[in-house]
Write a new protein. Structure first.
Length: 280
């Protein structure tokens, strides 16, 4: 006779810590919780930052990052993974080797440049990202600055985004979502392309606010959360974009710090999702 047991939709974030709470691990865990998922983490670096920018970066030992991932995945067996700040070649290689053991969806937000313009990635790590992480990931989600670095292209238009996305697919990405939030205009466009040639353009209205710190972290985490809950990739992206849009709208007039403030991750939190386990 089967005994009915339950589990949470759990997600792992592998990323850096933001002590001001707006981006990185902190934003990821807030997003998981708001979307009804159980969040876990493997911290890759500790940053000293606030809404004005990043002042210092302390990289954690590669072995410690590996051990965190293993401890979580071997026990909790998360249903999806989000990767954020991967700051070096050695860390990239270690994460890739570790994640090859698992078959869950992986969302990679290649954090290279903070919204303040601060460089967060060692220059010689880019080739390793392409070689080892791109092929493992279900989706890669660079913003325009990051896509420019990854493709050595200047991106100033939707057509440029299409060309950059094609180049990233040729570099080994299974699918890519280039975020066009830095393009000027009243409407924002994100461009999706995958290995099968399927392209989709997502659009949303520009919101007049200074509170956009952690937007990229939040989007990639939300996509991972929706995948953990069983949504297909394009639906997960659509739902995640709506969540981020509403989080910006609900926090756009709130004053937190003196620079780029955070989103309102908890504007409408969901209850923790439960899924059945058949215990034979």
């Amino acid at each position: 006779m089967l005994k009915m047991e339950f589990k949470y939709a759990s997600v792992l974030t592998i990323a850096g810590s933001d002590c001001s709470g707006g981006a990185g691990i902190q934003a990821d865990l807030k997003t998981f919780a708001a979307l009804g998922c159980y969040g876990t983490s493997a911290i890759t670096a500790i940053t000293v930052q606030n809404t004005l920018g990043v002042q210092k970066l302390h990289k954690l030992p590669t072995e410690l990052v590996h051990d965190q991932i293993m401890a979580v995945m071997e026990d909790i067996q998360c249903a999806a993974i989000k990767i954020g700040m991967v700051h070096s070649r050695s860390l990239t290689e270690a994460i890739a080797r570790t994640l090859k053991k698992y078959t869950v969806p992986i969302i990679f937000d290649p954090v290279m440049v903070a919204s303040s313009g601060d460089l967060l990635l060692e220059a010689d790590a880019i080739d390793m990202l392409k070689k080892m992480l791109f092929p493992l990931c279900t989706l890669v989600t660079p913003n325009l600055d990051e896509a420019s670095v990854l493709t050595s292209m200047e991106i100033r238009s939707l057509k440029d985004m299409e060309n950059a996305a094609q180049r990233l697919i040729e570099e080994g990405c299974q699918a890519v979502l280039i975020k066009g939030g830095h393009l000027k205009g009243t409407e924002l466009f994100d461009l999706y392309l995958d290995q099968q040639g399927k392209q989709h353009i997502f659009s949303s209205k520009w919101i007049n606010t200074n509170n956009t710190h952690g937007t990229g972290c939040t989007l990639s985490s939300a996509i991972a959360a929706y995948l953990a809950k069983g949504f297909d990739l394009l639906t997960a992206i659509e739902n995640a974009r709506l969540y981020v849009h509403n989080a910006i709208v609900n926090g756009k007039d709130v004053k937190t710090g003196k620079g780029h403030g955070p989103l309102n991750h908890s504007f409408d939190p969901e209850k923790m999702n439960l899924y059945t386990i058949d215990d034979k």
